[in-house]
Design a protein around this ligand. Sequence first.
Ligand code: HSE
Length: 402
Amino acid sequence: MVKAAILGFGTVGSGVYNVLNTNSELIRERTEKGIEIKYVLDLREFPGHPVDDILTHDFNDIVNDPEVKVVAEVMGGIKPAYEFTKQCLQAKKSVCTSNKELVAKHGPELLRIARENGVNYFFEASCGGGIPIIRSLNEALIADEIDEISGILNGTTNYILTRMSKEGSLFDDVLKDAQDMGYAERNPEADVEGFDAQRKIAILSSIAFGKTVDNEKIHTEGITKITPADLEFAKAFGCTIKLLAYGKKVDGRYYALVSPFMVASDNPLFSVDGVFNAIFVHGNMLGDAMFYGSGAGSLPTASAVAADMAQAVKNEGKTVYNNWQEGSIELSPSDSFECRFFVRLDKGAAGTAKSVFGEEIQFKEIPIAGDECAFITEVMSEKEFEKRAEKLSGIKSRIRCK
Ligand code: HSE
């Protein structure tokens, strides 16, 4: 049996412990060696729990133990996960992680250190929870040029928007419920402001396009301003609203964006509800593919970490190819990204809207927004949209359309 360690016994760490124990026999058969957890690192005590027998509070026990070949880093955050990961890789231990913040910030460096030491840095669980998207990009789609990767990458916001749409509820009320039920974090900023999806699309775009897409350069809008009226108008146009993350290559220019989008009912993303994630990929040979499944939660995420650990065992002594190479991709300004725009405005401004956006725009009205109407523009860049919108007072909201 190959000896392993788990750094962190929180939601994902305890899930990894469960997956490796529950499926230990089949993992042994499939890896031809098996994985035995020798240490779990956590600051807390777990009296009465079997993990207590293998618990350590000292990272040095793990990094200095030559028997440990594979480490699951499921602590989250940058400190001390970054230092611990580097030290494990330098000690020739493969590291498998769900830590999207660390991968987005230091992925290329950690991949390089892994290569230099003949081990692996795997992070399937960092994007889309249990959905096998990263291995698909690196292996199954290795012969394709990917020009788009986009989708629903955050379960919390998708859950909130789904309930707002179905119940007509307010954002704050649904968020509170989601927190009470344990879906949303007590500090939900990273989810609802779009930063979690931003890190995930940075990672996926870096693999799809081959060089680093810096997450901090990605234009990011969250869902906090979406109202029940927006969602009702969306229905009137045969759409719903989803927080989408986009990585796209158009005529040699790269775009990345996180923002709420109107999604039409004939789009497969329309029916992705609740905490589920879905990732759409377009390849120059493949055409379209979509990956759908459990994007968050203890066991789905742990399933991906444990699968990475199994891959690390199967590939001992060899660094597996990753399409994410050194160097960075320059993103085009998000205001040159072209799409149609949904606009909600005062009814009194409808006449001016026609003169600004064209006589052909069609207005819709709904009972819950008596003084307001809405329309959808032609395809245009955001820069062009803003230029025209300046001539129009009474705009209540604008949402991009997929
Ligand atoms: N907070 C994340 C989500 C967890 O809601 O999708 C999984 O990365």
